[in-house]
Design a protein around this ligand. Sequence first.
Ligand code: SAM
Length: 216
Amino acid sequence: HNNTFDYPIHPAEMDWGTHYPAIENPKPTVLDIGCGFGGLTIALATLLPKHLILGLEIRAKVTEYVRLRILAHRKENPGKYENASVLRSNTMKLMPHFFEKGSLEKIFFCFPDPHFKKKNHPRRIISDRLLSEYAYFLKPGQGKLYCITDVEDLHNWHVKHCRAHPLFRELSKDEMDKDSCVKAMYSETEEGKKVERAGTNKYYAVFERIESGTED
Ligand code: SAM
């Protein structure tokens, strides 16, 4: 059914085994939120072989496409891509059902829907409320939030809200340059490739979940 989502009551009840059958006691640590056709999810699987990558996508058909794409990669490359999977979900509502506090290393937001009109800004996937959720899931002193968009106004929104949030610190240009995940998010998503062909700008930023504020 298209408008219902399966989700566990509590993250401890989530069966990740079906997502990562080759891995013992699997739990995703890297999320590609709104993964679309999965280019980044798949690229991260080989870039971060020790992490479990999960693409999250709200559209059923697109999710199924990515699922089959990952299965094909596994088949063609035995032993590889076992650490990548995809899940259909509405991340704006359901993340607390899937992920535990401090369990995530990286969360990617690549070319999210811009929701241009002011009255639709509450639908944006980065907001004060959701940033507090993302901070809760990310490992203090380590976890990172990545965002990229071709919409300058949306980038300014991302940066403004992340900078204002007490639990995030912005990475310097130097720090971003050293991070191979930045290159991947810049070039590996389908939307990013489209922007590349159009020859327009991509704006991005990375924020670290700071150490303090870990108390409940
Ligand atoms: N990240 C991909 C890329 O860069 O190629 C896709 C970008 S596309 C413009 C935005 C994606 O976010 C769409 O595939 C859309 O279905 C998905 N999406 C929108 N709202 C979502 C939500 N609440 N939860 C999960 N995915 C969502």
